[in-house]
Design a protein around this ligand. Structure first.
Ligand code: AHR
Length: 344
């Protein structure tokens, strides 16, 4: 009897289950097994990420010094653009002393107002420690004008010229100037020897001068200076007057060399060809006077690019390791026409 009753109950249960299954929509796929929601804490409201503007930027700018026209234009670019954009600029002139640049770097790291540090490096080496300290302090670092020998992970970006290309172009242009000359002896006036500008321009020149058989017979630093350029050129002429060309790594040294050539009774730009780098007003006046033959541009007006990159970095944007500045080549024949449009 009991068994019979049990069987009847079982049969009723089966029928009921089958009726319920027929009412449920057909699942097209077995629903993915989902974890039962785990109870979490109520999300904590976080402040929206701050979007920096130029008004939030305080830039500590470590300049090399004030060695010539290019540097004056570079400094003016940073001061004038800071005013235009409404950012705060703390300017430091290192008087061309590396130790001053390193101590200024640490002062800006310690300055709670400074959130961006910009460096125009006197030398390529010696920056790793302060760059790591700046990174640990959460400061954005942008290298301007001269590249440095440090990992690009240690700074937001480098904005400056391709100095090696400037040197290569100088070699190519000197070949043009000395075409047909029996001898092709060139002397070189070098900037401060530890700087990337001096190192790379020298390397670049030597990479292309061989295209026409140029020989660099004498090379010496004149520290970017017109006075030293004149003294070193006078010494070159005394040591070996068989010189057909001068590669001066900036305008001031080339103009100084022109004075020494005149004092030796020769005609600069004619008896001895002169190529310089920068493109300052002095160089254009020198080309118009016939003293300089060709000038490779090195653009000092970098502040707009630097400040824009720094703001992007403040807002968390990853930047390319190097943003090259755009530059041209100026020839004596065109100098008079171009000069009025030049801004430095
Ligand atoms: O770094 C750029 C160089 O620095 C310029 O060619 C020179 O004039 C300045 O001293």
């Amino acid at each position: 009897m009991k068994l019979n009753k049990l069987f009847k109950v079982f049969a009723v249960v089966i029928v009921l289950v089958m009726m319920l299954a027929a009412c449920k929509p057909a699942a097209t796929e077995a629903p993915a097994a989902t974890e039962a929601p785990v109870a979490t804490e109520a999300p904590v409201a976080t402040e929206a990420a701050k979007v920096y503007t130029y008004a939030d930027m305080t830039v500590g700018f470590i300049q090399t010094g004030s060695e010539g026209g290019w540097r004056a234009a570079n400094t003016a670019s940073f001061k004038e653009t800071a005013e235009t954009l409404g950012l705060t600029l703390k300017f430091y002139d290192a008087q061309n002393k590396l130790e001053n640049q390193v101590s200024a770097f640490r002062n800006f790291i310690a300055d709670p107002e400074v959130n961006v540090i910009v460096l125009a490096a006197l030398e390529t080496t010696g920056w790793d420690d302060v760059l790591k300290e700046a990174q640990a302090a959460g400061k954005v670092v942008v290298i301007e004008d001269r590249r440095i020998d440090a990992s690009s992970d240690l700074y937001a970006t480098y904005i400056g010229a391709d100095f090696a290309l400037e040197g290569q172009n100088a070699g190519i242009e000197m070949c043009k100037l000395l075409e047909g000359s029996e001898s092709k002896n060139v002397v070189e006036l070098v900037g401060n020897v530890g700087s990337s500008a001096a190192k790379d321009r020298g390397t670049g020149f030597r990479e292309t001068m061989g295209q026409c058989g140029i020989t660099v017979t004498q090379s010496q630093t004149a520290n970017w200076s017109a006075t030293e350029g004149k003294d070193v050129m006078a010494a070159f002429l005394k040591a070996d007057p068989n010189i057909q060309g001068v590669f001066a790594q900036n305008d001031e040294m080339g103009l100084g060399a022109a004075l020494a050539i005149k004092e030796a009774g020769l005609v600069p730009g004619v008896d001895i060809k002169i190529i310089t780098v920068d493109g300052t007003a002095g160089a254009f006046k020198g080309m118009i006077a016939g003293d300089l033959n060709t000038v490779l541009e090195c653009n000092p007006l970098l502040a707009p690019q630097v400040y824009e990159a720094a703001l992007k970095a403040l807002n968390g944007e990853k930047l390319p390791a190097w943003i090259p500045s755009q530059e041209g080549i100026f020839y004596q024949a065109d100098a008079e026409a171009i000069f009025p449009s030049r801004t430095y």
